[in-house]
Design a protein. Structure first.
Length: 221
């Protein structure tokens, strides 16, 4: 299989429970909730995405012919940044985060295995509308209002807030099984108001943890 990657780069995880952890980010092209084109945003299921996932022209991006080729490229990026090749083991071993767009349109067992063989722990950030293969080490689901979420268990549920039609209370009800629940204020012109609303919700519902997009605060990729 050929994998289409918008960009792949070393960074610190900026969001959620793993914020601050060194990782290689692999952003796939494509999404099933929006084409990524501004002239089609108004008709999309997800209308607030702030990420460019169209094409393969970003840093480290391209078309990779097979899982081994992509995993080797990711290992090279890690080694260039960390000074040593990735080696799994320990609570904070080398991490590769597959994101998008929607990574589950491309992430498959072969690529997961190749990344494990290259020394990585594998994390995914998904909208939860596509079932997951076995072998993923960290599952973060970020539901979008109006979509059918089929992945209802994992390590982390990260909800962008507020979203009309996506009440946080619904995601902590029976049938949802996550270790962590993170409420992330929606970015944009109303960020301050949204952050204040998210703080109030977390104070009143302490099962939720406030999530901040620290990479934007720090101005890192």
């Amino acid at each position: 299989m050929a994998y289409r990657v918008k960009e792949m780069f070393p960074t610190l995880q900026g969001e959620g429970i793993n914020a601050g952890r060194a990782a290689v980010f692999c952003r796939f092209t494509g999404c099933n909730l929006w084409t990524g084109r501004e002239d089609q945003r108004a008709e999309a299921v997800c209308r607030f995405c702030d990420t460019d996932f169209v094409g393969t022209d970003g840093p480290g991006g391209g078309v990779f012919d097979g899982a081994a080729a992509l995993a080797a490229a990711a290992a090279g990026i890690w080694e260039a940044s960390a000074g040593s090749p990735p080696m799994r083991g320990g609570p904070l071993g080398p991490l590769i985060v597959f994101t998008g767009g929607e990574p589950m349109l491309q992430l498959d067992p072969e690529l997961i295995g190749a990344c494990h063989d290259a020394g990585f722990e594998v994390a995914v950030e998904t909208n939860g509308t596509i079932g997951l293969p076995d072998g993923i080490d960290w599952v973060c689901v970020s539901p979008k209002a109006g979509s059918e979420v089929v992945v209802r268990s994992g390590d982390e549920l990260k909800l962008v807030y507020p979203q009309p039609g996506a009440d946080p209370a619904g995601f902590t009800a029976e049938g949802w099984d996550f270790e962590h629940f993170v409420l992330q204020p929606m970015d944009g012109p109303d960020l301050r108001v949204n952050t204040e609303a998210a703080i109030r919700y977390c104070l009143a519902n302490p099962r939720w943890r406030l999530g901040i997009q620290t990479h934007k605060v720090l101005r890192i990729p």
